[in-house]
Design a protein around this ligand. Structure first.
Ligand code: MBD
Ligand code: FE
Length: 256
């Protein structure tokens, strides 16, 4: 038992009770909701549901005053321990991987612009059809997942393909709830990153492709204007994205 648990659980339940009373929720609606809870569990969709509909508020509130670059939600599709890549830093992919080949590069600095050498960028994304390896049929395990480190000047680069927009599964309980509410199930095309360096707060973020649909209608409410990037022509027939990341100092642990 903790005061914190009592406070949070009481408050959330009170708000649910109020919504029931204010909307005259019927017994049939309660039974439908209860079956939906069961279905979400059986489909293994609680991580998806939480990260799509709840995580963004936690992220916005927890990091409202953090120095450095904007972060956004982690989502349910990160896999730890992706391979550390060597030059030319190409994310693992199929020989015939669809999507525009793209060079992503930039710098990692502290919040004052001082370059951070040997910072780590953990990168993952969907393929051109919006599918994440390890979670959906199609891409092989480890596809479009890798890590790179910055050089002595804080510079990083990697090569990938432009991802497609992602839709939550339409036939699962999260998708059915979304359709019942009349909402779009789509996320705009994005590349996930966790940027970390010794002594700094890890930056969990996403880069959103400016040519994608759904930028102003993300089902996960995770787009921030600072995170929208423009893939321009690189000159050699590929595309280029540049983006600099600034990290906040690690939070001083509270005094015991
Ligand atoms: C995603 O690809 C994603 O990034 C999030 C946050 C939720 C669902 C799917
Ligand atoms: Fe994603």
């Amino acid at each position: 038992m903790s005061d914190r648990a009592n406070q949070l659980i009481s408050d959330i339940l009170r708000r649910i009770h109020e919504a029931i009373v204010e909307n005259d929720v019927t017994y049939e609606e309660y039974q439908t909701a209860k079956q939906w809870f069961i279905d979400v569990g059986e489909a293994g969709e609680w991580p998806l549901f939480g990260d799509v509909y709840i995580e963004h508020v936690v992220e916005e509130h927890a990091f409202a005053n953090r120095a450095g670059s904007q972060g956004t939600i982690l989502g349910p599709f990160h896999v730890p321990d992706a391979p550390l890549l060597d030059a030319p830093f190409e994310l693992p992919h199929r020989p015939d991987e669809a999507g525009d080949r793209t060079h992503v590069s930039g710098r990692v600095t502290d919040a004052d612009g001082k370059p951070l050498a040997n910072a780590n960028l953990d990168i993952w994304q969907a393929d051109a059809e919006g599918r994440y390896s390890g979670f959906m049929p199609g891409p092989p395990e480890g596809n479009l997942r890798g890590q790179v480190r910055t050089d002595a000047d804080g510079r990083y680069e990697f090569i990938t393909v432009i991802p497609g927009p992602y839709t939550i599964p339409l036939d699962g309980p999260t998708g059915k709830m979304t359709a019942a509410a009349g909402w779009s199930p789509w996320r705009p095309a994005h590349i996930h990153l966790i940027v970390g360096a010794e002594g700094y707060e890890p930056l969990v973020t996403q880069l959103f492709i400016d040519t994608s649909d759904y930028l102003d209608n993300d089902v996960a409410s995770a787009v921030k204007p600072e995170l929208i990037v423009h893939p321009g022509p690189a000159g050699d027939g590929t595309l280029a994205i540049t983006y600099d990341f600034a990290l906040a100092p690690v939070r001083t642990p509270a005094l015991a």
